[in-house]
Write a protein that binds this ligand. Sequence first.
Ligand code: HEM
Length: 148
Amino acid sequence: MLTLRFLLACMHLIALAIGIAAVYARGRALSRTTSAADLLDVFHADNWYGIAALIWIGSGLWRAFGGVEKGTEYYLSSHWFMGKMGLFALVLALELIPMITLIRWRMAFKKNGAIALEKARLLARLSFAQLPLLALMVLMAAAMARGI
Ligand code: HEM
């Protein structure tokens, strides 16, 4: 049990490192996009953000509700956990347009179809806007873990 707890904690924190780097790299790549060829860097960073999200959510839900840490009741009665999940919902809301647009762009890219690149600036802003929310989530997570 201790090993599983340790491994899940490591995965959660590695996802944090990958996720922050990936969403920043995606924002930078989007803000520099002037042609379809530039999208390869965007897609690359977006792949890593997707991988981080899967590890983040998978390990987070397991830790919260899988009985490996402090137990479901502890987290559901923690206002820090609720705050963290509220911020997480905001991050997801900010991610909706980039996610849908990038899926469409990937399909168009494969078929050499037209891509409305002028939307790249908006997607860059939506990527960067997630960074302060993710940082706040870290503060809330640390408070939540220590029962402050
Ligand atoms: C569905 C999403 C998530 C869930 C359910 C979740 C849940 C959890 C749980 C249960 C813990 C263990 C706390 C403890 O030791 O008692 C934890 C720790 C942590 N989480 Fe998350 N998490 C999620 C997403 C995230 C995200 C997106 C971030 C970063 C922005 C994050 C950052 C952290 C950090 C830094 C810790 C370590 C806190 C510490 O030990 O000081 N989590 N999370």
